[in-house]
Each structure stands twice: as structure tokens, then as C-alpha cells.
Design a protein around this ligand. Sequence first.
Ligand SMILES: *Cc1c(COP(=O)(O)O)cnc(C)c1O
Ligand SMILES: [Zn+2]
Length: 412
Amino acid sequence: METLNRLTCRECGHVYPAGPMQVCEQCFGPLDVDYRYDALAGRVTRETIAAGPPTMWRYRDLLPVDGEPPVGVNVGFTPLVRARNLADALGVRDVWVKNDAVCHPTASFKDRVVAVAVAKAREFGFDTIACASTGNLANSVAAHAAEGRLKSFVFIPADLEPSRVVGTLVYGATLVAVEGTYDEVNRLALEVGDRFPWAFVNANLRPYYAEGAKTYGYEIVEQLGWRAPVHVVVPCAGGSLMTQIWKAMTELARLGLIDAPVRTRVHAAQPAGCGPIVTMIKDDTDVCKPVRPNTIAKSLAMGNPGDGYYAYRTAKASGGTGEHATDDEIVDGMLLLARTEGIFAEAAGGVTVAATRKLVERGVIARDESVVVCITGTGLKTPDALASRLAADLTIRPTLAAFENALAKCWK
Ligand SMILES: *Cc1c(COP(=O)(O)O)cnc(C)c1O
Ligand SMILES: [Zn+2]
């Protein structure tokens, strides 16, 4: 609404008119939406936000969408769960789970970024939406394209989980399975984007996509009673969500909605089999070394993270750090969350829980400090991650005697 209706280079400050473009032509820096913060301060208040709808659009004044959102009106405002049982298990007092496993309509935080990107795509006059995806973005782009009566092309690695393939095709998207890693898929998608006049939500619409991710951070603060937590642990793929949670908090401080400066420490969580951002943070270098992913957390499997440099800078600026999780630790994390809080997260959530546990063990998260664990997608899309560890306890014939026999055996 109160955007300056332009894009500004994050690095050199060069200004461009609003439009479908991602990088600065002067320096290749990423472009950001530019707001009139001076006009917004005082006009956007806790009360005006609280009077908005119970969706991400309650923060509409801080999003770059003119008029009513054309799709995704029900996205966001997911529960922030006080996780007392998980807190006990981790040995800390004040643990919260921000649960985008139940985000409408496709059960991951990607619905937030897609809702904003598709709104802009419509404004710019595109009739086709596209993306390169590790899974969740594919589902969300396909769903929102259907809702907005747009065509969609979705590029994924061919080895993606079958549930995510079905969860994209069901909406009528054209799915292109590419025999390669996500990074290869993404490179191809960029070339396709140069050739075809399509809106790629995570390429030429990237500045708008990124704005949608801020709402996850706004909600954490509002749902804590307008308080920024001491720690946030964020699962990272390309590094955008981590960067944008921090941006959201610093914006709220700038607008006087919470105390400045923000003292939240933003920590990165990544799989050991694909953790280039956490490696940067641990080695304290702003140079990202790309890796070839090998992890059960496929939605985080980006070996060459687009926002890796900014995710590293976010950790530095906020006093955060990072942790890797092995495949076994990921499964343990998924089971711990499910068995303490009754929340079935996808493998990315297992990464976050495992990283949080390590940060507690390292003493980075102290026992009396608040921590928000970011759960960004549902386990129901990736049951295979657990299949090897879980099987029926008793398999019996349909008689009471068979049940009693089996029970006696397993209690022995
Ligand atoms: C996309 C995604 C993230 C974060 O991705 P970034 O590229 O770092 O913004 C986290 N969790 C899940 C489940 C995702 O699909
Ligand atoms: Zn620039």
C-alpha cells in the first residue's frame, strides 16, 4: 500500500520502477521493495493490525500489494504454540512452535510468499506463473495458480517425494521433472525465464516473494504479545526466510511497534547433508561453498543458496549462529516434536528441532531464555522419511484372543 512503488538495490541503492526484476543491473545486488516508513510510522499500530483479518493480510500495510489480494486471502496467521512438553524435553523454560505445518492451503510457509508473488504477477499482467522448487513451492504455486485462473509451470528435481508430485499435479499445473539437483533445476528455470514471458515467483518476482516471508516474523512477534523472542531457530534452504524474519522484526522496531534495537538472535538450522549456510556461520566466512545435497530433508536441499550471504549476515547482525543435523538426528527431531507436542512436521522441522537441541546443549540458548522453533511444513507430505523407523506394533487376526496373545508377548 504505502510502498514507494519501486525497487531499490540492497547493495548500491540504485532505484528501479516496480516490475518483474530481481537483480540490480549496476552491481547484481538483490532488489528490495521500498516503503515509506516515515508515512507508515504512527499510522500502522498494534490496534490497526489487530483489527485486520486473521490472516497474513492483517499486515497488508507492510506488504507490496495494491488493492485486495487476488488470491490466497486465507493464508497465514498460523498458531504459535506454547510447547511445554518440548521445553521439558529440551531442558529450557520458554519454548514456542510457530506452526506453518497447518498453513492454508498447502501446509507450508511457502503459501505466504506465493500469495504476494502471484498478486504482483497479476498486477504486472502475466498469465503464466512458474517456479523451480524442492517441493513445497511447487505445491503452493500450483494451488494459487488454480485459484487465480492462471497457467502454471513447475520445475522440480525428478527424485522428489511422490506425495509432492501428486500434491502439485492435482491442481492442474504442468509439472516438469528434471533429472538433476535443485541447483540444476534452478539454473534451467532461469534460462527458461529468459526465453518465456512468465512470472517466476522465485526469480523475476523474487523481491515480492521475499516480502511475503516477513509475515511469518510479524506473526511471531504479535502472537507473543508484541514481544520479540530471545532466540529464533530457522530452517534454511536458500536463506530467504531467515533473512526476512530478521527484516520483519527490525521493521516493527523501526515503526515503533516493539522496542529498538531488536535483541532476537536468529539461528540457522540445516541438514548435515546440505548445510552450506551453517558452514559459513561456523567458519565465520561470507563466502558460500556450494555442496551437492545428500539428505532426507529434501525441501532444504539447496546446495548453492541464493540468499546464503544474507543469511550469514543475519546471523552475524543478530548474534545468532547455526547447527547441522544428520539424517538420524532429523528423524529423532521429528519424533520428539510429534511425541511431545502432537505436531507432525516434515523433515525440515526435524532439522529445526535437532538444531535447537544442540544450541541448548552448547549453552547458546540458556535455560531461562525464550526460543521460537520454526516449523515450516507438514510431515504428512513426507511420511517416507520415517518409514524405516516406524511400523505397526502388532499385526493380528481379527479376534480378541489374537489381540490378547499379542499383547501378552509384547508386554513380556
Ligand atoms: C522453503 C522452505 C524453507 C525455507 O527456505 P528458504 O529458501 O531458506 O527461505 C524452510 N522450510 C521449508 C519446509 C521450506 O519448504
Ligand atoms: Zn546495485
